[in-house]
Design a protein. Structure first.
Lengths: 149, 149
DNA sequence: ATACGTGCAAAGTATTTGCAAACGG
DNA sequence: CCGTTTGCAAATACTTTGCACGTAT
């Protein structure tokens, strides 16, 4: 499945969930959803604001934060804390698949990665610790392949 | 080795590193270092400010942030991002040992944990991904043993 | 018609910076 | 002495909230 059709699928899923919750559609929210649908990696609220303004369809900062909160509450978007004093957001995959992040300490870029062995270690953690785990975040800090050289 | 002697050892290590860097000692910094030495888990800047005031030896907020930055720069303290809109700090262990955190979504408490299997999965990650990894952070979100019931 | 959605402006909270005074080696 | 450390106040950055108006169903 190509990323474009994944994006469409996610958008439809979002619309359905929100409609089912009795919510109405609005311009700013739809544009934010469209942005997130085609963006594979985490965006900050301010980046979203800039991108919307640049494409000629600006939205109020408050609306952006409210929409992101709403989407997080419905499990459609995930808040990613990479610890740079701001929150980042990215769409969740309907099938539960997800990835983690590497922050390059040299160029600051955020890179996504995915690792079954790590995932498995985390899956089995709750029973070893005797706690219930709802979500997990792994953030690596180091050098991306480009800066590695 | 008891935790008290570990704390003393860490304090001495910090003093030595800073002295070697040509820095001078100051009241506020020493008190912050003492606090961190005896605190096993991550504190925020504001919590440190409150604790210092409560023990009758207040320090300016700016100094607290500056001292924490300094300690992070020298690798003596680690910045822990649990994603609640604030940064938390805890001392690093000289021998490289470290732990991760679970944030209880019910009571908000921060709980430390340590897991060899997880650590091993992370250790072997860099070669699989082709990146260099300097630090890593794992944050779990769920319910602590107290709230589990 | 009646919620819900949006934008603006103001408030709130965490953190950083500038500067002058105090202090340590 | 000279450079570091400190505290205060002001500035900055991200995020939240209050409120009046617009809009979808």
């Amino acid at each position: 499945m190509g990323s474009a059709s994944q994006a469409v699928k996610w958008t439809e899923h979002v619309d359905e969930v929100l409609a089912r919750a009795g919510l109405k559609r609005g311009g700013a929210r739809q544009r934010i959803i469209d942005l997130l649908a085609y963006e594979s990696c985490a965006l900050s609220a301010v980046e979203i604001e800039d991108m919307l303004r640049d494409q000629g369809t600006p939205a109020g900062r408050a609306s952006i934060y409210r929409v992101l909160d709403l989407l997080v509450d419905h499990g459609l978007v995930e808040r990613v804390s990479v610890g740079q004093g701001l929150a980042r957001f990215e769409r969740t995959h309907p099938d539960g698949e997800h990835h983690h992040h590497l922050v390059c300490e040299h160029c600051g870029v955020l890179m996504a990665f995915d690792d079954p062995e790590l995932e498995e270690a985390i899956e089995s953690l709750p029973e070893r610790l005797g706690v219930r785990v709802e979500h997990h975040d792994v953030v690596l800090r180091g050098a991306c392949p480009d800066c590695e050289d």
